[in-house]
Design a protein around this ligand. Sequence first.
Ligand code: SF4
Length: 357
Amino acid sequence: MPDPAGVTAALVPAFSAQLVRWQKSHGRHSLPWQNTRDPYRVWLSEIMLQQTQVATVLDYYTRFLQRFPTVVDLALAKPDEVLGLWSGLGYYSRARNLHRCAQDVVRLHGGQFPQTAERLQTLSGIGPSTAAAIASFCFSERVAILDGNVKRVLTRLTAFSGDLASNAQERTLLGMATELLPRRNLREDMPRYTQGIMDLGATICTSRQPSCLLCPVQTLCLGLASGAPERFPIKTRKLKRSALSLSLLWAERSDGAVWLERRPVTGIWGGLYCFPVFAGEDELLAALPASLQDRLQAVPPFVHVLTHKDLRLSPMRLVLSARPARALQLPEDGAWFGRDDWIVLGLPAPIRKLLGG
Ligand code: SF4
């Protein structure tokens, strides 16, 4: 591996200057969370953009801000309403942390976000990269973000052959990322540099086919000079995908209300409202009196893809009279919800889809 300090020294300060210039003329400028130094808006977008594409986040971001225009509004919200607005974005621990974080900002910091990356990291759900993004965008702190896009750009730029599965190598890369940051005119250049490196990773230095001919730093890029920039970043440990089969009891009354119960906070769909979930059809049948088993209608099974898991879902539908409580022993932590009620709850995406919400 080339000497990281030598590599970085050779790139400073040309890299930051070229990136800042490129961002001004070619970067993204019209996303709704740009052109603001309001940490509430930047924080909200950063949390939503973790693991989620920009195109998906746009609507959610707008709806969230309409309902919760300030961090105080969010802090005062009911948890179910926050989960309801988050419903469909996935990774629901993000929504729970978001709510907790807003409450901490109000309770511990008088409604103002802390202004350094170090202090921002003390809040729920804010990791080092998110903290760095908020601090550099809103307060021009000279601090490096290191999300997946940025790791890709920097490992290619420097032909970084360390294995990012190792924490030590990741720390080395963070050191290089910090060295490469702008050193002057920080108020203007830090937000632009941070946006620039994000834009470069999202639009030019993409994971499969980097558009090196369009890249503003192509003359500096050691990965390109090596002839195979796509081989960076190097990470040996890969998460294995797994599969899980579940049966779902879709109990519906003749007046349209459906039975939903809240999932445990940990595990799949933690804290969301869901049809009763069973490990298989036998378990589902065992939960029903014999008189109701014949009335079950099988809905075609389908696969719902999570990041590291394929869920094979087999819904069984059961249509009941408007007053079914005696015939059906449903779990105590659930309830019947009419459409107006479930539509605002946090539901897993496949359940919302089945219900046509
Ligand atoms: Fe990425 Fe190619 Fe630019 Fe290097 S030259 S940073 S590999 S897009």
